[in-house]
Design a protein around this ligand. Structure first.
Ligand SMILES: [Zn+2]
Length: 424
């Protein structure tokens, strides 16, 4: 005896669940538990007419159809696919033959809009290759989705209110390619990223600002590091921006000078062995052992100890000075101390700081600090460390936009159904 056939699956339910509306409906459903997939055959009502995608003329008859398939959100644990013959109209008004857009997918995408929205949502919280594994799609396919949506969302952003910016570099690959990021320091969001760290990156930023309704001439402040390229770039392309050199980079230079002194001295001073982290950390972050080590070292007359005091006093200067005038006085005192220190790296640093004095003390009035930018950079570096694929500058920039640009035109998670229903 033949086994009893299961009841056919009711397509109407799926027409509703997929959010389809006339003339589209689900015609048939095929479920294959062995292959772990469910396939939905969609069709438009016979005799349906469509607007011409080229000129918009309504009510054009269907010329022919082209078979297309899309990966959709899983149905329970099964991969789901939609299939349809997508109509082309031959327009009576403009004469062109064009494929009609379908409401569930972008033109030329092999995924539905909801599937892509899920992909984007996962990329915000997971490394892209991990998200791709969960979705059972290739890494490249997911990167493509990400690039497409980020680009689309960015195109709609408005930069007309941007006045104070921070420009900074980050390494996209150890020791190689650099990426320049420009931020809105007031809205605390990433505005722009591009490869390189020369002055043309500032020009590219100014162009992008303009493309988003902003105005390079209205930028009043730019916080940068002391690189010649950024200084020249800002001077040329953000003509009215006062430059602030942010404290983070100044301290970074002092740390480099200290490290140079220590490395030289450790070659002939065994006392310094194993003390590197004591010098590089802030005093407040020392462990008990490190504090004891410092105590025993400070009684010896070491160059490194002197270098450390110079570095620490510079750090304190940034914490205690309450305005530009006070900072200027302290900086001048520090300058003459460093000049007399007989430590070459600090003498050089003293000269560098003197040369950039106006931009350094300006920070005490503009109150622009790259603290937020540095936080953003750590976020990007952490994302990069977690997964392959992020070392390509193009990908790193896309992820940076997704994480830090506060883009308002990205699709919401498809699982946020309540919020979607409320919005409709
Ligand atoms: Zn037409």
């Amino acid at each position: 005896m033949m086994p009893k056939m299961p009841k056919p699956i009711e397509p109407t339910l799926f027409t509703l669940a997929l959010g389809l509306s006339a003339p589209w409906e689900v015609k048939a459903v095929e479920f294959d538990p062995v292959k772990g997939r469910i396939d939905f055959e969609l069709a438009f009502r016979r005799g349906a007419k469509f607007a011409c995608p080229a000129c918009g003329a309504e009510g054009q008859p269907v010329h022919d159809t082209q078979r297309r398939s899309w990966r959709h959100l899983n149905f329970f644990q099964y991969e789901a696919y939609l299939h349809a013959g997508v109509p082309r109209t031959k327009c009576g008004a403009c004469g062109k033959v064009h494929q009609v857009p379908v409401p569930w997918a972008r033109p030329n995408s092999g995924f539905t809009l909801l599937f892509e929205a899920l992909g984007l949502t996962l990329c915000k919280v997971l490394p892209v290759n991990t998200a791709a594994q969960h979705l059972a799609v290739g890494d490249d396919a997911l990167w493509n989705i990400l690039h497409r949506y980020v680009e689309q969302a960015r195109a709609l952003e408005d930069f007309s209110k941007v006045r104070r910016v921070g420009i900074d570099e980050t390494a996209s690959r150890r020791g190689h390619n650099y990426v320049t990021f420009a931020h809105d320091m007031d809205a605390r969001r990433l505005l722009f990223g591009c490869e390189g760290r020369d002055q043309t990156t500032v020009q590219a930023f100014a162009d992008d600002l303009k493309a988003h309704g902003g105005d390079a001439e209205k930028i009043t402040d730019a916080s940068i590091d002391m690189s010649k390229a950024y200084i020249a770039g800002v001077g040329k392309h953000l003509p009215n921006a006062a430059i602030t050199f942010d404290p983070f980079h100044v301290i970074q230079l002092a740390n480099q000078a200290l490290e140079e002194v220590r490395r030289e001295e450790v070659r002939h001073q065994p006392l310094l062995k194993g003390s590197r982290w004591v010098w590089l950390k802030d005093e407040s972050k020392w462990t008990e052992t490190q504090a004891e080590l410092f105590q025993s070292l400070s009684s010896a007359r070491l160059q490194t100890t002197r270098a450390w005091r110079l570095k620490e006093s510079l750090r304190e200067l940034f914490q205690t000075a309450s305005n530009a005038e006070e900072a200027g006085t302290l900086l001048d005192a520090w300058h003459s101390w460093a000049r007399r220190s007989r430590l070459e790296p600090f003498k050089r640093l003293a000269n560098t700081l003197k040369e950039h004095r106006p931009g350094i003390i300006r920070g005490f009035d503009s109150k622009l600090s790259n603290g937020y930018v540095e936080g953003f950079n750590s976020l990007v570096q952490a994302a990069k460390a977690k997964a392959r694929g992020y070392r390509r500058p193009k990908n790193l920039i896309a992820i940076a936009y997704l994480l830090g640009a506060k883009l308002t035109h990205l699709p919401a998670s498809p699982f946020n159904t309540r919020c979607c229903a409320a919005a409709q």
